[in-house]
Design a protein around this ligand. Structure first.
Ligand SMILES: [Zn+2]
Length: 108
């Protein structure tokens, strides 16, 4: 499959109001909230690779050319509510599940 690259140059805006505490802000979209560097679609893909396909966080990160922390955050955001609700054991977290698990669908 061909790789797709999304590039967006977010503009930083300056508030004209003298009373404004915020002073500046950047453009955002629902799919790319402020301070996010990935689209929500890519975050969902990374989370699904780990949570539902059994890939490691490192494997999914390598596959999509993103960092481990970003991939783990996407997975945790996806998995922690499910784990808390399904298992009713709040001490089990995505961090505990991702340590040392081999990826059965490792990609070159
Ligand atoms: Zn303002």
């Amino acid at each position: 499959m061909d790789e797709i690259t999304v590039a967006w140059c977010k503009r930083r805006w300056k508030c004209a109001s003298q009373e404004c505490a915020r002073k500046t802000f950047t453009e955002s979209l629902p799919a790319i909230p402020p301070r996010w560097r990935l689209t929500s679609r890519l975050r969902d893909l990374l989370a699904t690779e780990v949570a539902e396909r059994g890939c490691t966080v490192a494997g999914a990160a390598r596959w999509q050319h993103v960092s481990w922390p970003v991939t783990h955050a996407a997975f945790a955001e996806h998995a922690d509510p499910v784990l808390a609700q399904a298992l009713c054991v709040p001490t089990i977290t995505s961090a505990a599940l991702t340590s040392g698990v081999a990826c059965p669908t490792a990609r070159p």
